[in-house]
Every structure is written in structure tokens, then in C-alpha cells.
Ligand binder design. Structure first.
Ligand SMILES: NC(=O)C1=CN([C@@H]2O[C@H](COP(=O)(O)OP(=O)(O)OC[C@H]3O[C@@H](n4cnc5c(N)ncnc54)[C@H](O)[C@@H]3O)[C@@H](O)[C@H]2O)[C@@H](O)CC1
Ligand SMILES: [K+]
Length: 489
């Protein structure tokens, strides 16, 4: 699954339109939209005939899609009302709806009571599509609130009006859809929070765009990728082929971070873990994870930074690790002690506030454009960057490619999740995975595991469920000969 920017979608649509008679793409979109709206009406009330459908329209082609779909539903016996919300609606779409028996009304109609109690079966948001600017004019924002208060299900055409298509930000009012029906290609707002949650279920209607050859803005991980790319051990594996992780995390003030990151590394299947952090954490780890070793020695990847707090020798520790040329994960407080330049084999795992500090900006800027920010972080440091949060994004330096991990339930946003995740990523680096693969696979494993348990669970307990999820994934993975690693060196 990939996410495309508005500019990319416009280019793809232009290319398709130049080979087709006028209006064909919109009719394909409307036909796909109608089928999904009809299925929704069947699910909710048993059929289309007699259903009351509100088509909310704006001034662009998004409204055109919605009006043509409304006309098709009206021809199947639905009672369809078009509500003109902003500007002048798509003329041919409006004419088609009226010809099919639909009626037209105005949001700004002075005869309309100020607070309408909506008694429709379904509302269709055809106000703004990819031409939309974020936010809604006040009367439309009030309409969105009153529909939600009346419990009317909203199906969004292409995207819920009000969200920012290219960033996933929702800086002001937007619709909350139960489904979003998009056309040709997924857009960024379908994959990045908080817009993603405003979309509800997603349907992608094929309108014949040719996606081959172009690089999408976002590449989204899926469970099949986890299964085919996870470094499952085989009959030739030993602790060194599986990877030895050296962990220097936690501090006397924050021993928990050391304990949590070690749980992440162990339960993600490290060949061996050497814990080189403070004694307070080591004592607990020794009791809970007797397979962990506490002496320095050979490692294949390192993890630094989680729970360090103030660490006077932090910069020296990281600089020395850099000389060893082993891949490393730097998390949390370790991000304050980075040298000016790192290699792409190093993985940084900031949350939005930490990335903002790295970029010398503020958190709101990162949240307003997380894709731009994660790319900027990778380009500035030279390292691979995993931006943690409700949507977990991964950027490789020197490329425009941004990957998005499988999303997890909201409760995984809790203290300690990032520490466990850093441990998982370090295990994957030690197993030889490229840094971006380690980040995407690690974040996705944590999310898929969280979705498989009745949460919330504390992060170290969640880590104990990794084995079950990995077992299930392995049984679905292609056999070893047919397995294709999607991230190659
Ligand atoms: N171009 C194509 O080939 C296809 C386009 N399709 C549909 O067309 C949509 C894009 O159509 P358009 O480019 O006409 O764009 P929109 O339908 O998104 O509408 C843009 C219009 O809304 C106004 N507007 C945007 N945000 C506003 C705001 N916050 N407040 C007030 N006014 C605002 C703009 O000034 C502009 O006039 C897609 O999302 C999709 O639904 C589909 O029919 C498939 C084919
Ligand atoms: K819309």
C-alpha cells in the first residue's frame, strides 16, 4: 500500500485523462462510490430502495463524484437530497441528480432551522477532495458537528473534508467519516494520523490510474511484508547469526528504560543480549531475564540513550561506538549527544519533541508536517530516522522515500513503549537488517502485537507476546526459498 501526494495524483490523473474521453474518470469514480454507498445502505438498513441520503457538495469535482453517485442511488429508489454547502456545484452532476428525481437545497437557506436534527440514513461528504484546503467554512464546520451529534454516518468522497491531504494534519474542523472511498491511489492523509482516524474504513476504487514507474511519497508496511522480511532463525542459526546486541540504556535515575529496552531486544529474538547499563537496572534484568549477559564482549549492534537523563560521557560513548563501525540505535536522551554526522546504518528513534530539538524547531512544526520533518532529520544527521508517534515514519538519508509502519492501537502511546521498540530495532540491526527495515519491522511488530491482545498492557508485558505473533507470522511466511526480503542492501 502506497501513499501519493496531491501533485503526484494530479499527474497520474492527467496522464489517464489524456487517453480517455472527457468525464470517464469521474464516471468510474461515481460508479465505484455508488457500489460502496449501496453496500453501506444494505448493511445498515437492508437496502437502497427508500433510503434517505444526503449528498453534501462543494464547488469542485469531489462534489461531481458525489452528485453522480447520488443520481445513481436515486435511480435505484433512494430519496436523495443534495445540500449545497460551498460555492457552485458541478453543473452536470447536479443536472444528473435532478433528472433522477433528487432534490437540491442550500446549507445557507434562511428557511432552514439553525439546528437541524438530521434524520437521514447516510450523509455523503463531497465538499472538498484533493483540491481542499485544511479547515471548513464555519457553517460547514457546524454541519459536521450537528451530523455527528445526530449519529448520522458520513461516507467521505476521496477524503474527509477539512483534513490536509499532503500531511495528514487536521489543523481545524473536519468531517469524521465511517468510511472513505478514494480513487486510483491512496493519499497521504489516508495513512498518517490524525487524518487517518477521520477516514474510518478505507476503500480504494480502481479508476485505471497507472501507478507503475512512479515513486510514491509513502510506502506503507503490511503484515505480509513483516512475514516475508522478518529474520526468522533457521536450522543454520546460532546466537551470532541471529545477532548479539549490546545495550547501554537506563541510569540510576531511570533504570526502567534499561529494563524495558532489554525486554524488547530479548523478546524480539536476539541471539544474545549484553546489558552494559547501570547496576540498578542490571539487578532486575538478572532476575527476570537470566539469559542476558552483563560482561562486555563481541556485539553486532548497539543501543544507546533510552533513560540516560544527563550523561556527561554521552558524547564520548557514542563517538567511540561510531569508530567501531557497527550499526547502532540511538534513542531518547542519547539524541542530545550525537556527533555532527552519522552513517545511514545508524538508526535514530526520536518522538516529535525530540525530532524538533534535533531540527532546532518546535514540536508543532514536526506535527504539522511529519513527513517533511522525518526526511529533514535523516538529511541533517546522515542517519536513518524513525519518528515515533501515532503514525511511525521512517526516512533514509539521501532518498525521498518515507516508509510508514503498520499502525497500532492508541493505547500503545505510553511511557516505555519507545524503550521496548528501541530494543526490538537493535535486535533487528544485529540480525543484519538494514536500518530502515529494522525500524519499520520493529514498529510494525509492536503494533500488530498490541492489536492482538486485549490492551492496554504495560510495554514489557506486551513484549512477551511477540513470540506468539512471530510464530503466527512465520507460519504464514513464504517458505525460505521463496521468501523475498523487501529491503536489500
Ligand atoms: N481529476 C480527476 O481526474 C478526477 C477527480 N476526481 C475527484 O475530484 C476531486 C478533486 O477535484 P477538484 O480539483 O475540483 O477539487 P475539490 O473538489 O477538492 O474542490 C476544490 C475547490 O474547493 C475550494 N476550496 C478548497 N478548500 C476550501 C476551503 N477550506 N474553504 C472554501 N473553499 C475551499 C477551492 O477553492 C476549489 O474551488 C478529487 O478529490 C476526486 O474526488 C474523481 O472524479 C476522479 C477523477
Ligand atoms: K470529501
Amino acid at each position: 500500500m502506497n501513499g501519493y501526494s496531491v501533485e503526484q495524483v494530479r499527474t497520474l490523473e492527467q496522464r489517464a485523462m489524456s487517453a480517455l474521453p472527457d468525464g470517464v474518470l469521474m464516471q468510474r469514480a461515481a460508479a465505484g462510490l455508488t457500489a460502496i454507498l449501496a453496500a453501506e445502505l444494505v448493511r445498515r438498513r437492508g437496502g437502497v430502495y427508500g433510503a434517505r441520503v444526503l449528498i453534501m457538495v462543494g464547488p469542485g469535482n469531489n462534489g461531481g463524484d458525489a452528485l453522480y453517485a447520488g443520481a445513481r442511488l436515486a435511480r435505484r429508489g433512494a430519496s436523495v437530497t443534495a445540500l449545497r454547502c460551498v460555492g457552485t456545484p458541478h453543473a452536470a452532476g447536479l443536472a444528473a441528480l435532478q433528472a433522477a428525481g433528487g432534490v437540491v437545497t442550500e446549507l445557507a437557506d434562511p428557511g432552514r432551522p439553525a439546528s437541524t436534527s438530521w434524520t437521514v440514513d447516510l450523509a455523503v461528504d463531497g465538499i472538498f477532495g484533493i483540491g481542499g484546503r485544511p479547515g471548513l467554512p464555519d457553517p460547514v464546520a457546524e454541519l459536521a458537528v450537528s451530523l455527528q451529534a445526530s449519529g448520522v454516518p458520513v461516507v467521505a468522497v476521496d477524503l474527509p473534508s477539512g483534513v490536509e491531504c499532503d500531511t495528514g494534519a487536521v489543523p481545524a474542523a473536519s468531517f469524521h467519516a465511517v468510511r472513505t472511498v478514494t480513487f486510483g491511489a491512496m493519499k497521504i492523509c489516508h495513512l498518517v494520523e490524525p487524518a487517518r482516524s477521520r477516514c474510518g474504513e478505507l476503500d480504494l476504487v480502481d479508476i485505471g490510474l497507472d501507478l507503475s514507474g512512479g515513486q510514491p511519497t509513502l510506502t506503507a508496511a503490511e503484515e505480509s511484508m513483516l512475514a516475508s522480511s522478518w529474520p526468522f532463525p533457521d536450522e543454520r542459526s546460532n546466537k551470532y547469526t541471529r545477532g548479539v546486541v549490546g545495550i547501554d540504556t537506563g541510569s540510576d535515575a531511570y533504570p526502567g528504560a534499561g529494563i524495558l529496552s532489554t525486554h524488547g531486544a530479548v523478546y524480539a529474538g536476539a541471539g544474545m543480549v549484553r546489558f552494559l547499563g547501570p547496576a540498578a537496572a542490571a539487578q532486575v534484568i538478572r532476575a527476570e531475564l537470566p539469559n542476558v549477559v552483563f560482561a562486555p564482549g563481541r556485539v553486532q549492534a548497539r543501543l544507546f540513550g533510552s533513560g540516560w537523563g544527563e550523561r556527561p560521557d554521552g558524547a564520548r560513548v557514542i563517538a567511540e561506538a561510531l569508530e567501531s563501525e557497527l550499526p547502532s540505535v540511538v534513542d531518547a536522551d542519547g539524541l542530545r549527544y550525537l556527533p555532527p554526522r552519522l552513517p545511514p546504518s545508524w538508526l535514530l528513534t526520536p518522538h516529535a519533541g525530540e525530532l524538533a530539538r534535533l531540527l532546532d524547531g518546535d514540536r508543532a512544526e514536526v506535527e504539522a508536517d511529519p513527513i517533511g520533518a522525518v526526511r529533514a532529520g535523516a538529511d541533517l544527521t546522515g542517519a536513518t530516522v524513525l519518528l515515533k508517534g501515532a503514525t511511525q515514519l521512517v526516512a533514509r538519508p539521501g532518498t525521498s522515500e518515507v516508509q510508514v509502519a503498520i499502525p497500532g492501537p492508541a493505547w500503545t502511546g505510553q511511557a516505555g513503549s519507545g524503550d521496548v521498540l528501541a530494543g526490538v530495532c537493535a535486535t533487528l540491526l544485529a540480525a543484519g537488517k538494514r536500518a530502515d527495515a529494522a525500524a519499520v519491522l520493529g514498529a510494525s511488530l509492536q503494533a500488530v502485537t498490541a492489536a492482538s491482545v486485549p490492551g492496554p498492557l504495560p510495554p514489557h508485558e506486551l513484549a512477551r507476546h511477540f513470540a506468539r505473533v512471530l510464530g503466527a507470522l512465520e507460519s504464514r511466511a513464504p517458505d525460505r526459498c521463496g521468501r523475498k526480503d523487501l529491503w536489500t542492501h
